[in-house]
Design a protein around this ligand. Structure first.
Ligand code: ADP
Ligand code: ADP
Length: 220
């Protein structure tokens, strides 16, 4: 489904060059749950950002469903990204001035979905993560685990094929982390492809495959 071929990525800050990824080859297959592990600074977030078309590689090619991303125009890349991926992050990235339901509706607003339909889909997504009764709360009135479940609802409301998660339990205690993991596993069982960065070996093992990154390279 998503293929990375001979990918390298260098960051340039002032006069310092950092080689973040080196000659990466990776195939994310439809329906799998891929866990990405490796020490801090090894390139995991960079890799996830490239898979999710949030960033461009220095060299190499990325293709989605057999078509090279480089052949799309910028605005078509944005559309491809929004259609294909949902994102969740360690720090939730919710908007605290907006009710939970309005946070979840946001991706649909960008896609010009009519208001009544937005509300219906957001409600459905929140009910799926067990937060149907919290729609009119503000994010900071919820626990960390509940906030991450709101973020999952927001990521999934547009029914993307792939959910990308960058250390989704990194800010949660073990019980809340386990609840979030249960939701990711359930979404995967229902057909969503999941790619997750984690530091936790036990969490990684709940996926179908583990890849290990060390110093910008895939080592296993
Ligand atoms: P990880 O997610 O495994 O901690 P990252 O992908 O965030 O690793 O970073 C990989 C390497 O690239 C690190 O050396 C990091 O300092 C560097 N890096 C990441 N993002 C940037 C950036 N925007 N500018 C400069 N260097 C960066
Ligand atoms: P994590 O290790 O949890 O993935 P980091 O603290 O390494 O997170 O990075 C958080 C974000 O900051 C990354 O998405 C990356 O783009 C950016 N970043 C990381 N390292 C650097 C750096 N050396 N210079 C500039 N930006 C960086």
């Amino acid at each position: 489904m998503i293929r990375l071929q001979n990918i390298s990525k260098t960051y340039q800050t002032d006069k310092v060059e950092t080689l973040a990824l080196k000659d990466i080859n990776l195939h994310v297959k439809k329906g799998e749950f891929l866990s990405i592990m490796g020490p801090s600074g090894c390139g995991k977030s960079t890799l996830l950002n490239l898979i999710g078309l949030l960033d461009q590689p220095g060299t190499g090619a990325i293709s989605v469903d057999g078509k090279e991303v480089k052949s799309y125009r910028d605005k078509d890349v944005a559309q491809l990204r929004n259609r294909t991926f949902g994102f969740i992050f360690q720090s939730f990235h919710l908007i605290n001035d907006l009710h939970v339901i309005d946070n979840v509706e946001l991706p649909l607003l960008y896609r010009s979905v009519p208001a009544a339909e937005r509300r219906r889909l957001a409600k459905e997504a929140l009910e799926k993560v067990g937060l149907g009764a919290r729609m009119e709360h503000y994010p900071n009135q919820l626990s960390g685990g509940q906030q991450q479940r709101v973020a999952i609802a927001r990521a999934m409301v547009g029914k993307p094929q792939v959910l990308l998660a960058d250390e989704p339990t990194g800010n949660l205690d073990s019980q809340m982390g386990a609840e979030v993991m249960d939701h990711l596993v359930k979404l995967n069982q229902e057909g969503t492809t999941v790619v997750m960065v984690t530091h936790d070996e036990r969490e990684a093992k709940r996926g179908s495959q583990i890849i290990r990154v060390f110093d910008g390279q895939l080592v296993a």
